[in-house]
Design a protein around this ligand. Structure first.
Ligand code: ADP
Length: 514
C-alpha cells in the first residue's frame, strides 16, 4: 500500500483511469512525472498556452515519497523546475496548482478524511463521516511570482504551519488552525451551500481513487497471500487529502497509507520546555475511526462491553443530522441498522459495495489485472515473463495473420524494456502490471479501431474472458475424461482385470464386460 500511494505511482494509476474515463477522473490535477516526462510537460504546457493565451498557470513540484510538505515548491513556468541534482536522485510529480481553493476566514485549508479499506476481494470501503480541516496561517492570495515562496499561504500541512506565529491550537471543533470537517460543512450549509452534493462528490472521489489503486494492489496481494488459503486478512486505514475548490468541487491531493493517529500536540510551556497536551479535535475524529475499525474488523466480535465502558459519544446531534441526511443524488450514508447495542453509532459508513452498481463499470483495469495474475503462473511473482505473455496471447486467440507471434515478442520486449528503464521495481525481471495494461490497451486499439478507448478495452476483456472460459470448459471435460479413465483403470486393477488398448475409450461399465 505504501508503494501504491507514493506520488508517482498514484499519479500513474489515476492517469490510466483518466485515459479510459477522462470525465469521471477529472478530480485529480493534471500531472507529469519528472524527470522522464519533462519534455512532455514542456510541450503540453506550451500547446495549452497557445490554444488559450489567457491561461496563466502555476505548477506545484512534489518529490516522490515526500511528506509533510517536504521539498515542495511552486513555479510559474516549466523552465523554473530545478532539473539538476535533486531530480535525478529523487524523482517528482509536477502538477497543475489549484489556484482558486475555497477559503474560510480568508484562509486556504484542506480536508483529511479517513477511509477504511476493509477488504480487497470483495472490495469493501468505509468512509469516516467526519474528518479534519487543516488551515494555512497566512491569508490566501492567488499565486504570483512574488508570493510563490510563502508556504504558510499556499501549503496546508500541519507540520509546516505549526511553526508559524499565527498558528492557533484549536480547543474546540469550529476555530483555530485545525478544525473538524463537519464544522466547515455547518458553516457552508448556513451560507446556503449544497453540502449533500459536496459529500456525494467526496464519496465518489474516494471510491474512484480506490478503484484506480486496486489492480496493482491485487498483484502485490496475491504474491504475498496465496489465493484459496484461509490466510491472514488485511485492512488499511487510509488518509485522503482533499482540497475543495471555490466552486465546492473536491480535488484529490494525495493518499496517505500511514496517516497520523496522534491525539496530542506539543505545547511550549516556557522557552525550550515542551509538554504533550490533548488535542480535542484530533481526539474527536481519530478515536472514532480506530474504535469503528476495530469493531468492523474484529472477527470474533468480542469484548463489546469493555469497549463500551471506555468510549463515549462525542458527535453532536446537529452534525449527525447534517451528515446523515446524505447527499441528494444517491450517494449517502447508511445510518440505519449498523448501531450495535450500547455502542455509539458507527462513524465509518460503508460506501462500497453499497454503491457498487454505480461504479462497477469503471473496474476495467481490475479485470485486466485478473488476466495478468492468471498468467503469472508461479506463486509469489509480480512480473510476467515472455512465455507467460505468449501463453496469454495464444490462449486468448489474439494472434492471427496480421499479428504474428514474432510481433507479440516485439511488443513484449518494447513495452517491458521501457517500463523497466523507468526504474520502478528492479527486484524481478519481466513485465509489470502497468506494462501489461499498456500492451492490453495497444491490442484493444488494434482490434477494435473506431470505438472509444474504454469500449475497446471492455470488448477485448470480453473476448479474452470468452476464450479462456471455453478453454477452461475444454480442460474440465478433458480432465473429467482423464479422471473417469483413471477410475476405470483403478476399478479394473482392483478386480484383477487386464485392460486391452481398445478398452481405453469405452465407458467403465462396458470395460468390465470385456
Ligand atoms: P505532502 O505529502 O508533502 O504533504 P501534498 O501532496 O499533500 O504533499 O501537498 C502538500 C500541500 O500542498 C497540500 O496539503 C496542499 O495544501 C498543497 N497542494 C498540493 N498539491 C496542490 C495542488 N495541485 N494545488 C493546490 N495546492 C496543492
Amino acid at each position: 500500500m505504501t508503494e501504491m500511494v507514493r506520488k508517482i505511482t498514484l499519479s500513474r494509476a489515476v492517469r490510466t483511469m483518466q485515459d479510459l474515463f477522462p470525465v469521471e477522473y477529472n478530480f485529480y490535477p493534471r500531472s507529469w512525472i519528472l524527470p522522464e516526462e519533462f519534455p512532455l510537460f514542456v510541450d503540453e504546457v506550451q500547446m495549452m498556452k497557445e490554444s488559450d493565451p489567457s491561461w496563466k498557470p502555476t505548477f506545484i513540484v512534489k518529490p516522490d515519497g515526500g511528506c509533510q510538505g517536504d521539498g515542495i515548491y511552486l513555479v510559474k513556468d516549466p523552465s523554473d523546475v530545478r532539473l539538476t541534482g535533486s531530480l535525478q536522485s529523487r524523482p517528482a510529480v509536477v502538477q497543475e496548482y489549484i489556484c482558486k481553493p475555497l477559503l474560510v476566514d480568508k484562509l486556504k485549508f484542506d480536508i483529511r478524511l479517513y477511509v477504511l479499506l476493509k477488504s480487497l476481494e470483495p472490495l469493501e470501503i468505509y468512509i469516516a463521516k467526519d474528518g479534519l480541516s487543516r488551515f494555512c496561517t497566512e491569508p490566501y492570495q492567488e499565486p504570483t511570482v512574488k508570493n510563490l515562496h510563502q508556504v504558510f499561504m499556499h501549503l496546508t500541512n500541519y507540520s509546516l504551519n505549526i511553526h508559524s506565529g499565527n498558528f492557533i491550537h484549536s480547543d474546540n471543533a469550529n476555530t483555530g488552525s485545525k478544525r473538524t470537517f463537519s464544522s466547515i460543512l455547518c458553516r457552508l450549509s448556513s451560507r446556503g451551500a449544497d453540502v449533500k452534493k459536496v459529500w456525494s462528490d467526496i464519496i465518489s472521489l474516494v471510491i474512484k481513487t480506490i478503484i484506480a489503486l486496486t489492480p496493482e494492489l491485487k498483484v502485490y496481494y496475491q504474491s504475498d497471500i496465496p489465493a484459496g488459503k484461509p490466510g491472514p486478512t488485511c485492512f488499511q486505514i487510509l488518509g485522503f487529502d482533499i482540497l475543495l475548490m471555490k466552486n465546492l468541487k473536491p480535488m484529490l491531493l494525495e493518499v496517505n497509507a500511514n496517516p497520523s493517529m496522534r491525539i496530542e500536540h506539543e505545547q511550549e510551556l516556557s522557552p525550550g520546555v515542551f509538554e504533550n497536551v490533548p488535542s480535542p479535535v484530533d481526539e474527536e475524529v481519530k478515536v472514532a475511526v480506530i474504535r469503528d475499525t476495530l469493531r468492523l474488523v474484529d472477527p470474533q466480535k468480542k469484548k463489546r462491553k469493555d469497549i463500551q465502558s471506555q468510549t463515549s459519544e462525542h458527535v453532536s446531534e446537529t452534525k449527525d443530522e447534517l451528515l446523515d441526511a446524505g447527499p441528494a443524488d444517491g450517494l449517502e450514508y447508511d445510518t440505519s441498522k449498523t448501531t450495535e447495542a450500547g455502542l455509539p453509532s458507527l462513524c465509518l459508513k460503508q460506501v462500497f459495495p453499497k454503491y457498487a452498481k454505480q461504479f462497477n463499470y469503471l473496474r476495467l483495469v481490475d479485470k485486466v489485472a485478473a488476466l495478468f495474475i492468471r498468467f503469472l503462473g508461479v506463486k509469489g511473482t509480480t512480473k510476467l515473463g515472455p512465455t507467460g505473455f505468449r501463453t496469454f496471447i495464444r490462449n486468448c486467440k489474439l494472434s492471427n495473420s496480421n499479428f504474428s507471434m514474432a510481433s507479440v515478442d516485439i511488443l513484449y520486449i518494447d513495452i517491458t524494456r521501457r517500463w523497466n528503464s523507468m526504474g520502478i521495481d528492479h527486484r524481478e525481471s519481466g513485465m509489470c502490471l502497468q506494462a501489461f495494461v499498456e500492451a492490453f490497451f495497444c491490442l484493444a486499439q488494434k482490434k477494435y479501431k473506431s470505438l472509444p478507448l474504454h469500449e475497446q478495452v471492455a470488448s477485448l476483456i470480453d473476448f479474452c474472458e470468452y476464450h479462456l472460459a471455453a478453454l477452461d470448459e475444454k480442460r474440465l471435460v478433458c480432465g473429467r475424461g482423464i479422471l473417469e479413465r483413471r477410475s476405470a483403470v483403478a476399478t479394473c486393477q482392483t478386480e484383477g482385470l487386464q485392460l486391452t488398448a481398445a478398452a481405453h475409450n469405452t465407458p467403465p461399465k462396458a470395460q468390465s464386460h470385456s
